[in-house]
Ligand binder design. Sequence first.
Ligand code: 13P
Length: 260
Amino acid sequence: MSGSTIVPWVVGNWKMNPTRAASEQWTKEFKQLLQQTPILAEQCHLAIAPISLALSEIKHQLSGTPVNVVTQDVSRFAGTGAFTGEISADLLADYGIQYVLIGHSERRELLGDEPQVLREKLKLALKAGLTVIYCVGESLEQREQGTAEVVVLQQICDIASVVAPEHWEKQIIVAYEPIWAIGTGKTASAQDAQSMHEKIRAGLLQLTSFGAQIAILYGGSVKPENAKELAACADINGALVGGASLNAQSFYQIVEAFAQ
Ligand code: 13P
């Protein structure tokens, strides 16, 4: 527990996982865990980001629970039209999807999500009324060169031109995910994470009068074993969980750590 007034978010990013049968089993187990010990909306917000193919199905399976459904990506093209393979923010909203991840390092590194592309996606997502979980984070090389803070703050500044005051207030969540900690088992120490979160908070306060109320999530090898220590940090307002979110029990334990 951090003492912050921000209600934490715990978001599971399933990436390109799991199979249909495994996700059905997950929702069944997670619903049972919530039934045994419910998580109240004022304690912690919950969300899961499945593959886009499964968004509607998982949303249906989780209806009646506090778990929100998040899309892992959004098109940089608007509305409807001849854009094979794309899903626009407008169509996501039309299908009842209210949250989107933008700027994940895997998309930045592997799938061409340059700052300009991210701005286009973000602009359309915000316009369609979606809440954006905007991911930032430095590489190991950048950390070793001592440029981590500059890199991360630049990633925040990259989007400032397309985020209006009302968006900062209601539609932006930031996730700090140091690339070297993703899927590696190496978590940033709680102190290192808190130190970067503090800098992100200061950056947000300079950009918007709503800077004090924006949730800043930590991501990178979050597990039940380290969740409590991370949750105790003043500026860590939740977690973006990859690997450990694929197991309902582990994900629930992480949620519990932040909900306390
Ligand atoms: P891991 O928790 O598997 O390190 O992944 C973190 C992540 O990339 C979440 O978006």
